[in-house]
Ligand binder design. Sequence first.
Ligand code: GLY
Length: 416
Amino acid sequence: MNFHKKLMMLLLPAGLAAALPSCTSASADNSVDNSLAYCDRQIDRSIHNLTASGSTDYSMQPRNIAPGDTAWACRPACAEEWCSGFWPGILWYDYENTGRKDIAEQADRYTRSLKPIVEAPVFDHDLGFLIFCSYGNGYRLTHNPEYKEVILHAADSLATLFNPAVGTICSWPRNVEMLGGHNTIMDNMINLEMLFWAAKNGGNPYLYDIAVKHAETTMAHQFRPDYTSYHVAVYNPVNGDFIKGCTHQGNADDSMWARGQAWAIYGYTMVYRETKDPRFLDFAQKVTDVYLSRLPADRIPYWDFDVPQADPTPRDVSAACVVASALIELSSYVDEEKGAGYMAEAGKMLTSLKEDKYRSNGKNCSFLMHSTGHHPAGSEIDYSIIYADYYYIEALTRLKHMEKVEPKLVALSKNN
Ligand code: GLY
């Protein structure tokens, strides 16, 4: 069986746990296990903090930790809080890696606190992040039919934001007037995964078509000729004409916002997995290669690639985590030489993230520090942020799966 086939067999039902290679020093000394053990310890610290008053409010989800603080600031689980699904997702990954029943219990309770979100009309595109990171991982690991029902319902709700004249989901219905039309943000690529999953797990097959159309339209309009992305694309909602590309969280309309490009890398890699359409694989590599070519030496990006690329510009560790996880998967879809290169890059990123500079260690109970949420708004600059931790533990989990399957690629990537 060839390498690619072995990897595909390891792709689990929710498509979230692509099995993947280990790399460079990230695997050479069992450091994947060490890093996962570190995550498990930090999770215990978090749970201890979250129950400090003697009982846990499962409807309050960890969101961020400001520099100097030690415990999570929590926000209510609701549609307006796009990060509400990441903590349950982290707990599911920890359960996957440790088998701890007490963690599965916590994951289940935090996951269920999101149910009211799908019982209300859809608020925006973030429904995918909210439900697939929580219920999606939960279903992947437990096959609980109640979880499946929630995901299928959420996918149908998300699809109501699709505008066939444009060919994309409207990411922020509340901002149509402010932005001058139907708007689609790059982050929205991630939410297509829930549509793909629903289409092949008993949902309406049309959900697959919506996801593919969204990816095609975004590919056609939301990138500059050098494959860097606009955070936001605005379209005429009636005739579908592309009006403009602009930014919301980046430095400028024509700058490469680090996390926006990270969403593109992750998104097109996932769309290739789900469609096997070579156009998307080619595109995933193009958007990846421009990002890699402009990274600083330690492979952890500053929050935007078109601001001064030196300290004290804040980094965005969350973008590094999203990209590391995506590269581990992407490396399995390309030829061996290119795959080894992508694995080596992922290895360098994960090696940097082990350094005291980026690890929270005893400083707070997250996994990682130095993410940037919304720099132009002055929000969450140089914080620990929950989605950095989510994509970090996902990347490590992918590596762990891969270590069991393809030691040869591990050796190959070490030579890069
Ligand atoms: N989805 C919002 C962000 O990446 O900050």
